[in-house]
Write a protein that binds this ligand. Sequence first.
Ligand SMILES: [Zn+2]
Length: 192
Amino acid sequence: MALNTTLKERSNNSCELCSNETLELQAYAVPPKSNDSAENVVVLCSDCHDQIAKSDYTNVNHWRCLTGSIWSEVPAVQALSYKILGKLAGEAWATEAIESVYLDESVIDWANAEDELEASKVVHKDSYGVVLETGDNVILTQNLNVKGANFIAPKGTMVRKIRLVPDNAEQIEGKIEGDTIVILTKYVKKSV
Ligand SMILES: [Zn+2]
C-alpha cells in the first residue's frame, strides 16, 4: 500500500522501525489486521519489510532499532516491535526492551494474535502423516471395535467421505455399516 498523507506525516517519511529515510517506504499491516486504516499499518523501509515478509530475524543487529521503536506512540509500531523482539528472545537486550516498556494489553494481544492463530490451527493427519480433509476416503489400518454397535470393522475397510472433528486433530467421523462413528486418525490411511 502506498503512503497517504497521514502516514507520511506520522512517520516523517522514514521507516517507523529503523528510521531509514533513503530506502523505498511502504505501509505494512500488522497481522491479523488489514491495511484499510492508518492505525493498522507501520511504515517500513524495504529492508525491514523484506525481513518481516520472510520471517527472517537472523540479522540481529539490524533489529536493535526495535529498542527505540518500541517506545513509539503508535500502537501498530508498538505491536510490531513487540512481536519481533519476541522472536529475538535469545538476545538479552531484546528481553530487556520488552520488560522495560509498558504496553497496553490490547497491543500485546495484537502482537501475539498471529502466532496464537497459527498454534491453534488443528491439522488432521493419517497414520502416515498425510493431511486429511473433509470428504476424503480413508482405509482402516487395523480392526476397529465399534463401541455400542457391537461389531468389529475389519482392517482394510474403506470409510468414505469422512468429516474432521473440529478442535481435535486426532479424531475424524465416518460412516461404517450405516453408523456414524468417531475414528482415531492414527488408525486410518488416506485412500487415493
Ligand atoms: Zn526499516
